[in-house]
Design a protein around this ligand. Sequence first.
Ligand code: SF4
Length: 254
Amino acid sequence: MREKCLFGPVQSRRLGRSLGINLTPFKTCSLDCAYCECGKTTHLTIERKEYIPVRDIVNELNAYSESGVFRSKPPSCMTFAGLGEPTLHSSFGVLAQYVKKTFPEQDLVLITNGTLFSLYPELYREVQPVDIILPSLDAGSGDIFQKIDRPHPSITLQSSIEGLIQLRQQYHGQIWLEIFIVEGINDNYSEIVLLRDAISRISPDRVQLNSLDRNPAEEWVAPTSPERLAEVADFLGAELLSKDCRNIQVDVLV
Ligand code: SF4
């Protein structure tokens, strides 16, 4: 039986009470990040398609909007995230419009790995209803991108960065760039200099650093010490994050 699309709400330090919307089956993604807290990617793909029927997602959204749970304690935001990459869903644009129309008081948020923008320029139009986009970028060099993010063969670090630069030019909502730090891998001086250059070209509204606090897909990924995180954050002009609502499953409410 298919898992439900809506999960949470989770309490997120940066987003407040966030109701998650998952648009893909486990674990469908264009990356296979070594730190992924959902586990290994079992379907590494760049194919956009209707992985979960739109009518099923809309039915769950409607049931939630009419529920006492929503009326008594509404979330502060509706967040596309979950068991894979949300922009792989071919009806992402339609769904973003529908969620914004159905939940006008909530911020609409997209947590994405950002790799598909350069491959599918229509995504720049599709994300327009979104209030805050949280793309990730974990590497400044191609070697480290391959080691940490393990992309689909059609994706390069350069294509991902160019996609985010274009996003900044074509989207006027908030962009909060997230960087996952793996101590000993992407926290050395040459790597963070390259990351700083990429950040400067992308020009996000905020930069936030994350590190491991749940089980990773690969055992060699270890938590980064708070001291090292603070040093890197200082160098990059970034904020520090801890637990948040990226790709986790919690109690389903509806
Ligand atoms: S962390 Fe996100 S982008 Fe990376 S494999 Fe997991 S779901 Fe995909």
